[in-house]
Design a protein around this ligand. Sequence first.
Ligand code: PHB
Length: 464
Amino acid sequence: MLEVPSPSVTHAPPPAEAVAPLMRGLDVLRRLTDADGTLALAELARATGLARSTVDRICATLAHLGYLRLDGRDASLAPPLMAVANAFLDALRVPELLGPLADRLADELDESVSLAVPDGEGVRFVHQVLRRRALSISFRVGDPLPGEGSAPGIVFRRGVDLAVDDQLVERGLIAVAMPVRGPSGGVVCAVSVVSHTSRHSADSLPGAVRGALSASVRGMEGVLRDAAAATGLRPGPRSSNAGGGGFGSAPVQALARGLSVLTVFGAEHPALSLSRIAEGTGLSRATARRALLTYEHLGYVRQDDRLYRLTPRVLGLGCAVLSRTTLPRIAGPHLAALSDALGESVGLSVADGEWVRSTARVAPRRVMSVDIGVGSRLPAGATSAGQVLAAGAGEAVADGPEDGLWSVAVPVRGRDGDVVSALDVTAHRGRGERDAWAQALRATAARIEADLAVTSRFVTVPRH
Ligand code: PHB
């Protein structure tokens, strides 16, 4: 715990026992992440140098696992892939333990604050508190930064107690970083305070933030000491795949099996032996060992004292893209499927004072369909969505928003159970049936909620 296993960068050829389909699947996920989440299958074939039929089978497997969505010719990263990043961030414990102190520091200074860990030659963000400004910083959890060209990178590489980034990463951006040390003296992460040249200069920022930043670092080091003292024996991982035969129908079983290794890690078991990994995945020791050899070769896993850990590099498998998503984007494919199934217009909306504002809408293509523009506002009381949002629960039916229309709505809840949005179907009067629609809406809301829950474990997902 509280150790950041840095991947060793290797350009050596893969070991003979490396699992080729696993390497290919990881390559596809990494390339999709670097391409902002979506690529045409033909483009993936070109980029990876694989045969198109191989790319299709790998993508079918990733889609089967829920990690990818296939849409005509395109493959896109899907929210369930965030489980891989969550396994690392859970095991790391830094966001959970130090995130609240970083949040407080951001409030105190009214500046953005981030936590970063070393990743090979560079760094990766594991927590971000953003202050909304006209000139806002666009880094998110999972994003990489260069080692020498960023404040946290300088902290890790030079071992200094304070580093300044004077517009190295981006013009106008200045940052001050300090190391946070664990109980054994090693640097666990760096805290950065990030500002802009319109508010500070590289000369003024360190002086302005040093006091609060040092106090926050001391607080964080105290939290790490307490956490290390409280660590007792940990139970082994629950078996996540055993018995379910979960890989049986995957087109490329070796890929599906190999990927299951990543998500056995977590807060309760940040470091695992081969036997524990085999037990947790339901794989044979030989299969688990070959997957681990593959991950080690690629720098996603490190082994120390017979214990394996995930490295920050796993954040390059989707997280950097999925951490920028919004609720309407998460909901999009689910709305499309529901609209298809019902043949009606379905949408998502949020409360906005006395109003409800539409944040996403999918209407079937036909001559007469309900058309409510995204961004438009309606009085809350006049719509079923508004009633659901006002009540914070339940299911609602309303006439309107125009003569001759009616709608049914259900709530969509966030991780903590709060209603974050309303999902509705709106149609011409005389079409549809309340109970059937409510049931379909609830099933869709549950899918959106599952995607939202996995995505928002360590990042804030905007509701609109
Ligand atoms: C950031 O958190 O966005 C950040 C931190 C340190 C840098 C640059 C950006 O040097």
